[in-house]
Design a binder for this molecule. Structure first.
Ligand code: MG
Ligand code: MG
Length: 628
Protein backbone atom coordinates (compact mmCIF):
# COMPACT_ATOMS: atom_id res chain seq x y z
CA UNK A 1 0.00 0.00 0.00
CA UNK A 2 1.16 3.53 -0.69
CA UNK A 3 1.45 5.74 2.36
CA UNK A 4 0.29 9.32 2.52
CA UNK A 5 -0.51 12.03 5.06
CA UNK A 6 -2.90 14.97 5.07
CA UNK A 7 -1.52 18.49 5.39
CA UNK A 8 -4.03 19.11 8.18
CA UNK A 9 -2.08 16.80 10.51
CA UNK A 10 0.83 19.18 10.89
CA UNK A 11 1.61 22.63 12.22
CA UNK A 12 3.04 25.51 10.21
CA UNK A 13 2.53 26.98 6.76
CA UNK A 14 1.97 24.87 3.67
CA UNK A 15 5.60 25.01 2.48
CA UNK A 16 6.82 23.92 5.90
CA UNK A 17 4.29 21.10 6.00
CA UNK A 18 5.18 19.78 2.56
CA UNK A 19 8.90 19.89 3.34
CA UNK A 20 8.33 17.99 6.60
CA UNK A 21 6.18 15.41 4.82
CA UNK A 22 8.78 14.83 2.10
CA UNK A 23 11.63 14.73 4.64
CA UNK A 24 9.78 12.00 6.55
CA UNK A 25 9.83 9.85 3.41
CA UNK A 26 6.23 10.18 2.27
CA UNK A 27 5.48 10.18 -1.46
CA UNK A 28 1.85 11.21 -1.19
CA UNK A 29 -0.03 14.07 0.46
CA UNK A 30 -3.67 14.99 0.95
CA UNK A 31 -4.16 18.68 0.26
CA UNK A 32 -6.51 20.46 2.63
CA UNK A 33 -8.28 23.39 1.10
CA UNK A 34 -7.52 25.70 4.05
CA UNK A 35 -3.80 25.07 3.67
CA UNK A 36 -4.07 26.03 0.03
CA UNK A 37 -6.17 29.12 0.72
CA UNK A 38 -3.74 30.43 3.31
CA UNK A 39 -0.77 29.83 1.03
CA UNK A 40 0.76 32.91 -0.51
CA UNK A 41 0.98 31.67 -4.10
CA UNK A 42 -1.01 30.03 -6.88
CA UNK A 43 -2.14 26.40 -6.99
CA UNK A 44 0.43 26.08 -9.77
CA UNK A 45 3.14 27.16 -7.34
CA UNK A 46 1.95 24.50 -4.90
CA UNK A 47 2.00 21.92 -7.65
CA UNK A 48 5.58 22.82 -8.50
CA UNK A 49 6.60 22.73 -4.87
CA UNK A 50 5.10 19.26 -4.47
CA UNK A 51 6.74 17.99 -7.65
CA UNK A 52 10.10 19.36 -6.54
CA UNK A 53 9.71 17.53 -3.23
CA UNK A 54 8.74 14.28 -4.96
CA UNK A 55 5.20 14.45 -3.55
CA UNK A 56 2.06 13.35 -5.30
CA UNK A 57 -1.05 15.31 -4.30
CA UNK A 58 -3.33 12.32 -3.92
CA UNK A 59 -6.53 14.10 -3.03
CA UNK A 60 -8.05 17.52 -2.53
CA UNK A 61 -10.46 17.92 0.37
CA UNK A 62 -12.90 18.52 1.87
CA UNK A 63 -15.81 19.10 -0.46
CA UNK A 64 -18.71 19.50 1.96
CA UNK A 65 -22.48 19.53 1.99
CA UNK A 66 -23.00 18.26 -1.53
CA UNK A 67 -25.37 15.33 -1.76
CA UNK A 68 -29.11 15.43 -1.21
CA UNK A 69 -29.56 19.19 -1.42
CA UNK A 70 -33.00 20.64 -2.13
CA UNK A 71 -33.48 21.58 -5.81
CA UNK A 72 -32.89 25.32 -5.30
CA UNK A 73 -29.43 24.65 -3.87
CA UNK A 74 -28.43 21.74 -6.07
CA UNK A 75 -27.25 23.72 -9.08
CA UNK A 76 -25.08 25.91 -6.89
CA UNK A 77 -23.37 22.82 -5.43
CA UNK A 78 -22.42 21.62 -8.92
CA UNK A 79 -21.10 25.07 -9.82
CA UNK A 80 -19.02 24.94 -6.64
CA UNK A 81 -17.68 21.54 -7.69
CA UNK A 82 -16.70 22.83 -11.11
CA UNK A 83 -14.61 25.54 -9.48
CA UNK A 84 -12.88 22.91 -7.36
CA UNK A 85 -12.19 20.93 -10.53
CA UNK A 86 -10.54 24.01 -12.05
CA UNK A 87 -8.40 24.39 -8.99
CA UNK A 88 -7.50 20.68 -8.95
CA UNK A 89 -6.41 20.86 -12.57
CA UNK A 90 -3.97 23.61 -11.63
CA UNK A 91 -2.90 21.63 -8.60
CA UNK A 92 -2.33 18.44 -10.58
CA UNK A 93 -4.68 16.43 -8.38
CA UNK A 94 -7.26 13.98 -9.72
CA UNK A 95 -9.29 12.92 -6.68
CA UNK A 96 -11.88 15.13 -4.98
CA UNK A 97 -12.92 13.97 -1.54
CA UNK A 98 -16.57 14.55 -0.77
CA UNK A 99 -17.76 14.29 2.84
CA UNK A 100 -21.37 13.36 3.50
CA UNK A 101 -23.73 16.25 3.98
CA UNK A 102 -24.31 17.69 7.47
CA UNK A 103 -26.60 20.58 6.43
CA UNK A 104 -29.91 20.65 8.34
CA UNK A 105 -31.87 21.14 5.12
CA UNK A 106 -30.34 18.32 3.14
CA UNK A 107 -32.69 15.59 2.07
CA UNK A 108 -32.24 11.93 2.78
CA UNK A 109 -32.58 9.02 0.43
CA UNK A 110 -29.87 6.79 -0.94
CA UNK A 111 -31.13 7.10 -4.51
CA UNK A 112 -31.08 10.90 -4.34
CA UNK A 113 -27.49 10.80 -3.08
CA UNK A 114 -26.62 8.25 -5.77
CA UNK A 115 -28.07 10.44 -8.51
CA UNK A 116 -26.09 13.44 -7.26
CA UNK A 117 -22.89 11.43 -7.11
CA UNK A 118 -23.53 10.04 -10.57
CA UNK A 119 -23.91 13.48 -12.08
CA UNK A 120 -20.84 14.70 -10.20
CA UNK A 121 -18.95 11.66 -11.54
CA UNK A 122 -20.03 12.47 -15.07
CA UNK A 123 -18.77 16.05 -14.77
CA UNK A 124 -15.57 14.89 -13.08
CA UNK A 125 -14.91 12.31 -15.77
CA UNK A 126 -14.98 15.01 -18.44
CA UNK A 127 -12.10 16.64 -16.56
CA UNK A 128 -10.14 13.45 -15.91
CA UNK A 129 -11.03 13.66 -12.22
CA UNK A 130 -12.48 11.09 -9.81
CA UNK A 131 -14.72 11.60 -6.80
CA UNK A 132 -14.41 9.77 -3.47
CA UNK A 133 -17.37 9.77 -1.07
CA UNK A 134 -16.90 9.49 2.69
CA UNK A 135 -19.53 9.02 5.40
CA UNK A 136 -18.84 11.42 8.25
CA UNK A 137 -19.79 9.86 11.58
CA UNK A 138 -22.00 12.91 12.16
CA UNK A 139 -23.41 13.13 8.62
CA UNK A 140 -27.05 14.24 8.47
CA UNK A 141 -28.39 11.22 6.63
CA UNK A 142 -25.30 9.31 5.57
CA UNK A 143 -23.09 8.58 8.57
CA UNK A 144 -22.22 4.95 8.06
CA UNK A 145 -19.76 3.62 5.48
CA UNK A 146 -22.31 1.01 4.43
CA UNK A 147 -24.70 3.75 3.34
CA UNK A 148 -21.91 5.68 1.63
CA UNK A 149 -21.00 2.53 -0.26
CA UNK A 150 -24.61 1.88 -1.19
CA UNK A 151 -24.89 5.42 -2.62
CA UNK A 152 -21.65 4.89 -4.56
CA UNK A 153 -22.79 1.47 -5.77
CA UNK A 154 -26.07 2.87 -7.05
CA UNK A 155 -24.34 5.85 -8.63
CA UNK A 156 -22.72 3.16 -10.75
CA UNK A 157 -20.14 5.42 -12.28
CA UNK A 158 -16.47 4.53 -12.84
CA UNK A 159 -15.36 7.95 -11.59
CA UNK A 160 -17.18 7.61 -8.28
CA UNK A 161 -15.77 5.52 -5.41
CA UNK A 162 -15.95 5.26 -1.66
CA UNK A 163 -13.52 6.62 0.95
CA UNK A 164 -13.12 4.59 4.13
CA UNK A 165 -11.98 6.49 7.22
CA UNK A 166 -11.16 4.46 10.33
CA UNK A 167 -12.24 7.25 12.66
CA UNK A 168 -15.75 7.54 11.27
CA UNK A 169 -16.12 3.77 11.24
CA UNK A 170 -14.50 2.77 14.53
CA UNK A 171 -15.78 5.71 16.60
CA UNK A 172 -19.29 4.38 15.98
CA UNK A 173 -18.21 0.77 16.36
CA UNK A 174 -19.74 0.05 12.95
CA UNK A 175 -19.72 -3.60 11.96
CA UNK A 176 -16.71 -4.19 9.74
CA UNK A 177 -17.88 -7.31 7.99
CA UNK A 178 -19.78 -5.43 5.26
CA UNK A 179 -16.44 -4.12 3.95
CA UNK A 180 -15.77 -7.42 2.23
CA UNK A 181 -18.58 -6.81 -0.24
CA UNK A 182 -16.91 -3.65 -1.60
CA UNK A 183 -14.88 -4.36 -4.75
CA UNK A 184 -11.37 -3.10 -4.19
CA UNK A 185 -11.35 -0.88 -7.27
CA UNK A 186 -14.32 1.03 -5.86
CA UNK A 187 -12.36 2.05 -2.77
CA UNK A 188 -10.60 5.24 -3.86
CA UNK A 189 -8.92 6.07 -0.57
CA UNK A 190 -8.45 4.70 2.94
CA UNK A 191 -7.81 7.20 5.72
CA UNK A 192 -6.40 6.01 8.99
CA UNK A 193 -6.55 7.59 12.40
CA UNK A 194 -6.45 6.21 15.90
CA UNK A 195 -7.98 7.85 18.97
CA UNK A 196 -8.07 7.36 22.71
CA UNK A 197 -11.26 5.93 24.15
CA UNK A 198 -13.32 8.92 25.30
CA UNK A 199 -16.89 9.41 26.23
CA UNK A 200 -17.66 12.59 24.37
CA UNK A 201 -19.37 14.12 21.38
CA UNK A 202 -18.00 12.37 18.29
CA UNK A 203 -17.42 15.61 16.35
CA UNK A 204 -15.31 17.12 19.18
CA UNK A 205 -13.52 13.80 19.64
CA UNK A 206 -12.66 13.72 15.96
CA UNK A 207 -11.60 17.36 15.66
CA UNK A 208 -9.28 17.42 18.68
CA UNK A 209 -8.20 13.98 19.79
CA UNK A 210 -7.44 11.82 16.78
CA UNK A 211 -3.92 10.47 16.83
CA UNK A 212 -1.60 8.25 14.83
CA UNK A 213 -2.11 4.48 14.66
CA UNK A 214 -0.72 2.91 17.82
CA UNK A 215 -1.19 6.03 19.93
CA UNK A 216 -4.85 5.43 20.72
CA UNK A 217 -7.20 2.59 21.53
CA UNK A 218 -8.99 1.82 18.25
CA UNK A 219 -8.94 -1.79 16.97
CA UNK A 220 -7.08 -0.81 13.81
CA UNK A 221 -5.85 -4.34 13.15
CA UNK A 222 -9.47 -5.49 12.94
CA UNK A 223 -10.08 -2.74 10.42
CA UNK A 224 -7.00 -3.79 8.43
CA UNK A 225 -8.19 -7.39 8.45
CA UNK A 226 -11.60 -6.34 7.11
CA UNK A 227 -9.95 -4.15 4.48
CA UNK A 228 -7.69 -7.03 3.53
CA UNK A 229 -10.72 -9.14 2.53
CA UNK A 230 -11.34 -6.67 -0.29
CA UNK A 231 -7.83 -7.11 -1.68
CA UNK A 232 -7.34 -3.34 -1.46
CA UNK A 233 -3.74 -2.30 -1.99
CA UNK A 234 -4.13 1.39 -2.75
CA UNK A 235 -3.53 4.49 -0.66
CA UNK A 236 -3.33 4.49 3.10
CA UNK A 237 -3.41 8.07 4.30
CA UNK A 238 -3.19 9.64 7.73
CA UNK A 239 -5.86 12.20 8.48
CA UNK A 240 -5.37 13.42 12.04
CA UNK A 241 -6.90 16.40 13.76
CA UNK A 242 -5.13 16.83 17.08
CA UNK A 243 -4.43 19.91 19.21
CA UNK A 244 -1.09 18.55 20.44
CA UNK A 245 0.01 17.91 16.86
CA UNK A 246 -0.89 21.44 15.85
CA UNK A 247 1.37 22.67 18.66
CA UNK A 248 4.22 20.32 17.84
CA UNK A 249 7.08 20.27 15.38
CA UNK A 250 5.95 19.47 11.84
CA UNK A 251 9.15 17.55 11.14
CA UNK A 252 8.88 15.35 14.21
CA UNK A 253 5.20 14.67 13.65
CA UNK A 254 5.62 13.77 9.99
CA UNK A 255 8.19 11.16 11.04
CA UNK A 256 5.86 9.92 13.79
CA UNK A 257 3.15 9.56 11.17
CA UNK A 258 5.29 7.55 8.81
CA UNK A 259 6.55 5.42 11.72
CA UNK A 260 2.97 4.73 12.78
CA UNK A 261 2.01 3.44 9.34
CA UNK A 262 5.13 1.29 9.04
CA UNK A 263 4.34 -0.12 12.48
CA UNK A 264 0.69 -0.72 11.58
CA UNK A 265 1.69 -2.68 8.46
CA UNK A 266 4.28 -4.55 10.49
CA UNK A 267 1.73 -5.51 13.14
CA UNK A 268 -0.69 -6.65 10.48
CA UNK A 269 1.84 -8.83 8.72
CA UNK A 270 3.06 -10.24 12.05
CA UNK A 271 -0.50 -11.08 13.04
CA UNK A 272 -1.47 -12.68 9.76
CA UNK A 273 1.90 -14.13 8.82
CA UNK A 274 1.51 -12.51 5.42
CA UNK A 275 4.20 -10.42 3.80
CA UNK A 276 3.70 -6.71 4.23
CA UNK A 277 3.89 -4.18 1.43
CA UNK A 278 6.32 -2.31 3.67
CA UNK A 279 9.85 -3.72 4.12
CA UNK A 280 9.91 -6.56 6.66
CA UNK A 281 11.25 -5.67 10.10
CA UNK A 282 12.77 -7.85 12.83
CA UNK A 283 10.10 -8.43 15.49
CA UNK A 284 9.56 -6.02 18.36
CA UNK A 285 12.43 -6.59 20.71
CA UNK A 286 11.85 -8.16 24.08
CA UNK A 287 13.26 -6.03 26.86
CA UNK A 288 15.22 -7.99 29.42
CA UNK A 289 15.99 -5.10 31.73
CA UNK A 290 17.99 -1.93 32.19
CA UNK A 291 21.69 -2.73 31.80
CA UNK A 292 22.91 0.73 32.71
CA UNK A 293 22.06 4.36 33.30
CA UNK A 294 24.68 6.85 32.13
CA UNK A 295 25.07 10.28 33.68
CA UNK A 296 26.98 13.07 32.02
CA UNK A 297 28.57 15.17 34.71
CA UNK A 298 31.46 17.59 34.82
CA UNK A 299 34.42 17.43 37.19
CA UNK A 300 32.94 20.12 39.42
CA UNK A 301 29.71 18.28 40.14
CA UNK A 302 31.14 14.77 40.15
CA UNK A 303 32.41 14.52 43.74
CA UNK A 304 29.01 15.42 45.17
CA UNK A 305 27.30 12.96 42.84
CA UNK A 306 29.70 10.17 43.68
CA UNK A 307 29.04 10.86 47.33
CA UNK A 308 25.33 10.36 46.66
CA UNK A 309 26.06 7.12 44.84
CA UNK A 310 28.18 5.68 47.62
CA UNK A 311 25.62 6.80 50.17
CA UNK A 312 23.04 4.80 48.23
CA UNK A 313 25.29 1.74 48.52
CA UNK A 314 26.99 1.82 45.11
CA UNK A 315 30.71 1.28 44.75
CA UNK A 316 33.05 2.16 41.95
CA UNK A 317 33.84 -1.13 40.23
CA UNK A 318 35.53 -0.06 37.01
CA UNK A 319 37.34 2.67 35.17
CA UNK A 320 37.02 3.02 31.40
CA UNK A 321 40.12 1.95 29.44
CA UNK A 322 40.53 5.29 27.70
CA UNK A 323 37.95 7.81 28.95
CA UNK A 324 37.06 9.65 32.10
CA UNK A 325 34.18 7.26 32.60
CA UNK A 326 33.58 5.06 35.61
CA UNK A 327 31.16 2.30 36.44
CA UNK A 328 29.38 2.19 39.76
CA UNK A 329 27.46 -0.88 40.68
CA UNK A 330 25.15 -2.49 43.19
CA UNK A 331 23.07 -5.65 42.74
CA UNK A 332 22.39 -5.81 39.00
CA UNK A 333 22.40 -2.04 38.63
CA UNK A 334 25.13 -0.24 36.71
CA UNK A 335 25.51 3.51 36.89
CA UNK A 336 27.97 4.97 34.40
CA UNK A 337 29.48 8.31 35.39
CA UNK A 338 30.78 10.06 32.30
CA UNK A 339 33.02 13.10 32.75
CA UNK A 340 34.93 12.72 29.52
CA UNK A 341 35.88 16.03 27.97
CA UNK A 342 34.95 15.02 24.45
CA UNK A 343 32.23 13.04 22.77
CA UNK A 344 28.52 12.77 23.13
CA UNK A 345 28.20 12.89 26.93
CA UNK A 346 30.20 16.09 27.18
CA UNK A 347 28.13 17.77 24.46
CA UNK A 348 25.01 16.64 26.28
CA UNK A 349 26.33 18.01 29.56
CA UNK A 350 26.99 21.42 28.03
CA UNK A 351 23.36 21.67 26.94
CA UNK A 352 21.59 19.93 29.81
CA UNK A 353 23.95 20.06 32.79
CA UNK A 354 24.21 17.07 35.11
CA UNK A 355 21.77 14.61 33.63
CA UNK A 356 21.08 11.14 32.34
CA UNK A 357 22.53 11.18 28.84
CA UNK A 358 21.93 7.53 27.99
CA UNK A 359 20.06 4.42 29.00
CA UNK A 360 21.34 0.94 28.14
CA UNK A 361 18.62 -1.62 27.57
CA UNK A 362 19.26 -5.35 27.67
CA UNK A 363 17.69 -7.05 24.64
CA UNK A 364 18.07 -10.54 23.11
CA UNK A 365 19.67 -9.26 19.89
CA UNK A 366 21.08 -5.74 19.83
CA UNK A 367 21.78 -5.71 16.09
CA UNK A 368 18.25 -6.80 15.25
CA UNK A 369 16.85 -4.17 17.61
CA UNK A 370 18.86 -1.49 15.85
CA UNK A 371 17.70 -2.79 12.45
CA UNK A 372 14.11 -2.57 13.58
CA UNK A 373 14.69 0.93 14.97
CA UNK A 374 16.12 2.04 11.63
CA UNK A 375 13.19 0.47 9.79
CA UNK A 376 10.89 2.52 12.01
CA UNK A 377 12.77 5.72 11.12
CA UNK A 378 14.30 6.07 14.59
CA UNK A 379 17.57 7.96 14.40
CA UNK A 380 20.63 5.76 14.85
CA UNK A 381 23.58 7.23 16.71
CA UNK A 382 27.18 6.49 15.87
CA UNK A 383 30.37 7.95 17.19
CA UNK A 384 34.00 7.01 16.50
CA UNK A 385 34.95 3.79 18.24
CA UNK A 386 38.39 3.90 19.80
CA UNK A 387 40.67 0.89 20.19
CA UNK A 388 39.45 -1.39 22.96
CA UNK A 389 35.89 -0.09 22.70
CA UNK A 390 32.78 -1.81 21.48
CA UNK A 391 30.48 -0.39 18.86
CA UNK A 392 27.31 -0.39 20.93
CA UNK A 393 24.16 0.01 18.79
CA UNK A 394 22.22 3.12 19.79
CA UNK A 395 19.40 5.38 18.72
CA UNK A 396 18.38 8.87 19.75
CA UNK A 397 15.82 8.90 22.51
CA UNK A 398 14.01 11.59 24.45
CA UNK A 399 15.58 15.04 24.43
CA UNK A 400 18.44 13.89 22.21
CA UNK A 401 19.66 11.38 24.80
CA UNK A 402 20.70 7.90 23.72
CA UNK A 403 19.17 4.49 24.04
CA UNK A 404 21.83 1.79 23.78
CA UNK A 405 21.12 -1.87 23.12
CA UNK A 406 23.16 -4.51 24.88
CA UNK A 407 22.71 -8.24 24.34
CA UNK A 408 24.08 -11.16 26.29
CA UNK A 409 24.81 -13.18 23.13
CA UNK A 410 27.55 -10.99 21.64
CA UNK A 411 30.64 -9.26 23.02
CA UNK A 412 28.28 -6.49 24.11
CA UNK A 413 27.33 -8.70 27.03
CA UNK A 414 30.91 -8.41 28.27
CA UNK A 415 31.11 -4.63 27.92
CA UNK A 416 32.10 -4.14 31.56
CA UNK A 417 35.04 -6.54 31.18
CA UNK A 418 36.08 -5.26 27.76
CA UNK A 419 35.79 -1.49 28.14
CA UNK A 420 36.49 -1.17 31.87
CA UNK A 421 39.50 -1.97 34.06
CA UNK A 422 38.50 -3.12 37.47
CA UNK A 423 39.43 -0.66 40.14
CA UNK A 424 41.87 -2.62 42.26
CA UNK A 425 41.48 -0.71 45.49
CA UNK A 426 37.71 -0.71 45.28
CA UNK A 427 36.12 -1.87 48.48
CA UNK A 428 32.79 -3.33 47.47
CA UNK A 429 30.70 -1.55 50.04
CA UNK A 430 28.19 -3.70 51.83
CA UNK A 431 25.50 -2.02 49.76
CA UNK A 432 22.03 -0.96 50.71
CA UNK A 433 20.18 -3.88 49.19
CA UNK A 434 19.34 -2.25 45.84
CA UNK A 435 18.82 -4.93 43.19
CA UNK A 436 17.66 -3.64 39.79
CA UNK A 437 16.23 -0.56 38.09
CA UNK A 438 12.51 -0.73 38.80
CA UNK A 439 11.46 2.15 36.58
CA UNK A 440 12.73 5.22 34.81
CA UNK A 441 10.66 8.37 34.84
CA UNK A 442 10.97 10.84 31.98
CA UNK A 443 9.59 14.35 31.80
CA UNK A 444 8.77 15.87 28.46
CA UNK A 445 6.83 18.58 26.73
CA UNK A 446 3.13 17.83 26.62
CA UNK A 447 3.02 17.66 22.84
CA UNK A 448 5.89 15.13 22.78
CA UNK A 449 4.15 12.46 24.83
CA UNK A 450 2.57 10.60 21.95
CA UNK A 451 5.87 10.67 20.06
CA UNK A 452 7.70 8.78 22.79
CA UNK A 453 4.80 6.49 23.47
CA UNK A 454 4.98 5.38 19.84
CA UNK A 455 8.79 5.25 19.92
CA UNK A 456 8.86 2.72 22.77
CA UNK A 457 5.81 0.67 21.84
CA UNK A 458 6.76 0.29 18.17
CA UNK A 459 10.34 -0.74 18.92
CA UNK A 460 10.06 -2.87 22.03
CA UNK A 461 7.71 -5.57 23.17
CA UNK A 462 6.05 -3.37 25.73
CA UNK A 463 2.48 -2.43 26.48
CA UNK A 464 1.06 0.87 27.64
CA UNK A 465 -1.16 1.65 30.58
CA UNK A 466 -4.05 4.07 30.42
CA UNK A 467 -3.09 7.73 30.71
CA UNK A 468 -3.44 9.05 34.25
CA UNK A 469 -3.76 12.52 35.72
CA UNK A 470 -1.48 13.22 38.68
CA UNK A 471 -2.06 16.23 40.90
CA UNK A 472 1.02 18.36 41.36
CA UNK A 473 0.68 21.47 43.54
CA UNK A 474 1.52 23.45 40.39
CA UNK A 475 -1.08 21.83 38.16
CA UNK A 476 -2.05 18.63 36.43
CA UNK A 477 0.55 16.15 35.17
CA UNK A 478 -0.30 13.54 32.55
CA UNK A 479 1.38 10.24 33.18
CA UNK A 480 1.51 7.08 31.10
CA UNK A 481 3.62 3.96 31.53
CA UNK A 482 5.20 1.72 28.92
CA UNK A 483 6.30 -1.60 30.33
CA UNK A 484 7.18 -5.15 29.45
CA UNK A 485 4.71 -7.80 30.60
CA UNK A 486 7.13 -9.16 33.21
CA UNK A 487 8.08 -5.68 34.48
CA UNK A 488 11.74 -6.04 33.40
CA UNK A 489 11.44 -2.59 31.85
CA UNK A 490 9.13 0.17 32.96
CA UNK A 491 9.30 3.73 31.70
CA UNK A 492 6.98 6.41 33.06
CA UNK A 493 6.26 9.28 30.67
CA UNK A 494 5.20 12.54 32.33
CA UNK A 495 4.13 15.83 30.87
CA UNK A 496 2.24 18.87 31.94
CA UNK A 497 0.70 21.89 30.30
CA UNK A 498 1.20 23.99 33.41
CA UNK A 499 4.59 25.64 33.70
CA UNK A 500 4.52 25.34 37.50
CA UNK A 501 4.56 21.57 37.94
CA UNK A 502 7.68 19.69 38.92
CA UNK A 503 7.60 18.04 35.53
CA UNK A 504 7.64 21.41 33.75
CA UNK A 505 10.21 22.95 36.10
CA UNK A 506 12.49 20.06 35.21
CA UNK A 507 12.21 20.97 31.52
CA UNK A 508 13.33 24.53 32.15
CA UNK A 509 16.07 23.59 34.63
CA UNK A 510 17.50 20.86 32.45
CA UNK A 511 16.94 22.67 29.17
CA UNK A 512 14.69 20.06 27.72
CA UNK A 513 13.09 16.70 28.13
CA UNK A 514 14.86 13.91 29.92
CA UNK A 515 15.08 11.48 32.81
CA UNK A 516 13.79 13.06 35.96
CA UNK A 517 13.95 10.18 38.33
CA UNK A 518 15.14 6.64 38.55
CA UNK A 519 13.59 4.11 40.87
CA UNK A 520 15.76 1.30 42.20
CA UNK A 521 14.23 -1.84 43.64
CA UNK A 522 15.01 -3.36 47.00
CA UNK A 523 13.80 -6.58 48.59
CA UNK A 524 13.64 -4.96 52.02
CA UNK A 525 12.86 -1.26 52.16
CA UNK A 526 13.53 -0.96 55.90
CA UNK A 527 16.93 -2.59 55.61
CA UNK A 528 17.72 -0.17 52.78
CA UNK A 529 16.43 2.74 54.84
CA UNK A 530 18.63 1.74 57.76
CA UNK A 531 21.68 1.53 55.47
CA UNK A 532 20.88 4.99 54.08
CA UNK A 533 20.59 6.39 57.58
CA UNK A 534 23.95 4.91 58.53
CA UNK A 535 25.59 6.53 55.51
CA UNK A 536 23.86 9.86 56.01
CA UNK A 537 21.56 9.87 52.94
CA UNK A 538 18.91 12.54 53.31
CA UNK A 539 15.48 11.39 52.30
CA UNK A 540 12.46 13.40 51.33
CA UNK A 541 10.52 14.15 54.51
CA UNK A 542 6.93 12.98 54.47
CA UNK A 543 4.49 14.96 56.64
CA UNK A 544 2.84 13.32 59.63
CA UNK A 545 -0.60 13.98 58.13
CA UNK A 546 0.14 11.45 55.44
CA UNK A 547 0.44 8.68 58.00
CA UNK A 548 -2.71 9.76 59.85
CA UNK A 549 -4.56 9.65 56.58
CA UNK A 550 -3.03 6.31 55.60
CA UNK A 551 -4.21 4.80 58.85
CA UNK A 552 -7.74 5.97 58.17
CA UNK A 553 -7.76 4.63 54.59
CA UNK A 554 -5.98 1.31 54.96
CA UNK A 555 -6.15 -1.17 57.76
CA UNK A 556 -2.55 -1.27 58.83
CA UNK A 557 -0.71 -2.74 61.82
CA UNK A 558 0.42 0.02 64.22
CA UNK A 559 3.98 -1.33 64.22
CA UNK A 560 4.18 -1.12 60.42
CA UNK A 561 2.72 2.37 60.39
CA UNK A 562 5.32 3.44 62.93
CA UNK A 563 8.13 2.00 60.84
CA UNK A 564 6.87 3.68 57.67
CA UNK A 565 6.73 7.02 59.42
CA UNK A 566 10.11 6.61 61.09
CA UNK A 567 11.74 6.08 57.69
CA UNK A 568 9.67 8.43 55.53
CA UNK A 569 8.36 5.52 53.53
CA UNK A 570 5.16 5.84 51.49
CA UNK A 571 2.87 2.85 51.27
CA UNK A 572 0.15 1.51 49.04
CA UNK A 573 -1.77 -1.70 48.87
CA UNK A 574 -4.12 -3.21 46.27
CA UNK A 575 -5.92 -6.55 45.87
CA UNK A 576 -2.73 -8.20 44.70
CA UNK A 577 -0.04 -6.79 46.88
CA UNK A 578 1.90 -4.02 48.59
CA UNK A 579 4.19 -1.19 47.53
CA UNK A 580 6.75 0.77 49.55
CA UNK A 581 8.43 3.94 48.30
CA UNK A 582 10.98 6.43 49.54
CA UNK A 583 12.71 9.31 47.80
CA UNK A 584 16.11 10.93 47.98
CA UNK A 585 16.35 14.67 47.95
CA UNK A 586 16.79 16.27 44.58
CA UNK A 587 20.30 16.45 43.16
CA UNK A 588 21.40 19.71 41.53
CA UNK A 589 17.73 20.79 41.37
CA UNK A 590 17.34 18.23 38.61
CA UNK A 591 16.75 14.59 39.35
CA UNK A 592 16.26 12.33 42.29
CA UNK A 593 16.19 8.67 43.12
CA UNK A 594 13.31 6.63 44.37
CA UNK A 595 13.60 3.32 46.18
CA UNK A 596 10.72 0.89 45.87
CA UNK A 597 9.81 -2.49 47.21
CA UNK A 598 7.12 -4.33 45.30
CA UNK A 599 5.29 -7.30 46.72
CA UNK A 600 3.06 -8.53 43.88
CA UNK A 601 2.16 -4.95 43.12
CA UNK A 602 1.96 -3.73 39.53
CA UNK A 603 1.34 0.00 39.91
CA UNK A 604 3.44 3.03 40.82
CA UNK A 605 1.87 4.25 44.04
CA UNK A 606 -0.50 6.68 42.30
CA UNK A 607 -2.39 7.48 45.55
CA UNK A 608 0.90 8.79 46.98
CA UNK A 609 1.94 10.94 44.04
CA UNK A 610 0.30 14.13 45.24
CA UNK A 611 1.82 13.94 48.72
CA UNK A 612 5.25 13.23 47.28
CA UNK A 613 5.05 16.04 44.72
CA UNK A 614 3.89 18.48 47.38
CA UNK A 615 6.73 17.47 49.70
CA UNK A 616 9.19 17.98 46.85
CA UNK A 617 7.69 21.35 45.94
CA UNK A 618 8.06 22.40 49.59
CA UNK A 619 11.73 21.36 49.54
CA UNK A 620 12.32 23.24 46.31
CA UNK A 621 10.98 26.42 47.89
CA UNK A 622 12.35 25.97 51.40
CA UNK A 623 14.34 29.06 52.44
CA UNK A 624 17.88 28.67 53.72
CA UNK A 625 18.53 25.54 51.70
CA UNK A 626 20.82 25.55 48.68
CA UNK A 627 17.86 25.00 46.36
CA UNK A 628 15.18 27.22 45.00
MG1 MG B 1 -11.71 11.46 6.54
MG1 MG C 1 8.21 6.60 40.61
Amino acid sequence: MRMSIATVCLSGGLAEKLEAIAAAGFKGVEMFENDLLSFNGTPGDVRKMAVDLGLDIITFQPFRDFEGLPPEKRARAFARAERKFDLMAELGCDLLMVCSNVAPDCLGGIDRAAADLRELGERAKARGIRVGFEALAWGRHINDYRDAWEAVRRADHPSVGVVLDTFHILSRKTDLSAMRSIPRDRIFLVQVADAPTMDMDVLQWSRHFRNFPGQGDFPLLDFMAALDTTGYDGLLSLEIFNDQFRAGSARRLAVDGHRSLIYLMDQFSTKTGRPSSAPALPPRSACLGTEFIEFSIDDTSRPAFEKVLSGLGFFKAGQHVSKAVSRWTQGKINVVVNSDTEGFAQAYNITHGTSVCAIGLRVPDAKATLARAEGLLDRPFRQPVRPGELDIPAVRGLGGSLVYFIDPASDLGRVWDIEFKSVMDAQPNAGAGLTVVDHISQSMHYEEMLTWLLFYTSLLDVGKTAEQDVLDPGGLVKSQVVQSADGAMRIVLNASQSTHTQSSRFLSEAFGSGVQHIAFATDDIFKTAAAFKASGVELLTIPENYYDDLESKIEIAPALLERLQAHDVLYDRDEQGEYFQMYTQTFDERFFFEIVQRINYAGFGAPNAQVRLTAQARMARAPGLPRR
